[in-house]
Ligand binder design. Structure first.
Ligand SMILES: N[C@@H](CCC(=O)N[C@@H](CS)C(=O)NCC(=O)O)C(=O)O
Length: 247
């Protein structure tokens, strides 16, 4: 969801952790190297390390734009404060504010960032035939993997022909087909779809909500080698420790 931004205001009582890095792109590759930031930061991610915002930190690190994190104390209900509800009426994280744009929904945030800051690189160009595959798996994560895993875990009763996520078995087969015999979803080329789809898979694997096949396990391990993911993990972990949150 992308909406025009509500009047900009950092919610009272919420502390702000600033990014110490900004990135420069290395020639050709879609990996970036962090350097110390010296320009004004315009992107704010309303964040909690135990939320889906943790994966958005990975998105931001892959993109390599300066950003700041605003810690929102979910445990204290700060995400339901009026200022936060003005940004996201769902009262949920993550919320990304980029100038006049407010973006919620993790997958939308990833697609937004890649289109705006990395079109032709982390997002295939609009006329690139790979764009369809890119969008397909980016949407598959929130519309099939998330509800499909939830339905399985919670034992929901539903009709697979009516539910958009279908059967658990067909979901697993589709996930395998997306990554088998490939480095990444688009072949050799890493993209934001890997952060969206792969981030969801990594979460499911971490919490044992998915039994990994060999291709899925190998894919998740490959993603774990991304320096941007390692930087994001370190940042999330640093905030967890700073705020005294359990591990
Ligand atoms: N579909 C949303 C889900 C957002 C969501 O459920 N966020 C959780 C944390 S991961 C949250 O804010 N929960 C607090 C609540 O609902 O009170 C997305 O992908 O961003």
């Amino acid at each position: 969801m992308v909406t025009t931004r509500a009047p900009r205001k950092v919610p009272e009582g919420l502390s702000v952790a600033f990014s110490s890095t900004r990135a420069v792109r290395r020639g050709g590759a879609n990996e970036v190297t962090p350097v110390v930031a010296c320009s004004a930061m315009t992107i704010t991610l309303h964040h909690h390390p135990f939320s889906r915002a943790a994966n958005v930190v990975w998105m931001l690190e892959e993109i390599g734009v300066p950003y700041e994190l605003n810690f929102v104390d979910i445990m204290a209900g700060a995400h339901k404060a009026p200022e936060m509800l003005a940004l996201n009426p769902m009262g949920k994280l993550p919320i990304l504010v980029d100038g006049d744009a407010v973006v919620t929904e993790s997958a939308a945030i990833g697609l937004y960032l890649a289109d705006r800051y990395s079109l032709g690189n982390l997002a295939p160009a609009h006329d690139d035939p790979l764009r369809g595959t890119y969008l397909r798996w980016s949407f598959f994560a929130p519309s099939v993997i998330e509800p499909g895993s939830m339905a399985k875990g919670a034992g929901w009763a539903f009709k697979p022909g009516q539910a958009g996520w279908g059967t658990y078995e067909s979901m697993l087969a589709a996930i395998d087909s997306a990554v088998a015999g490939k480095q990444f979803l688009l072949g050799d080329r890493f993209s934001m779809a890997d952060v969206i789809f792969g981030g969801t898979l990594r979460y499911m694997l971490q919490f044992k909500m998915l039994e990994p096949s060999k291709p899925v396990g190998d894919y998740a391990a490959r993603l774990g080698e991304r320096p941007a993911l390692q930087r994001a993990t370190a940042r999330n972990e640093a905030i967890r420790k700073e705020k005294g949150l359990g591990g």
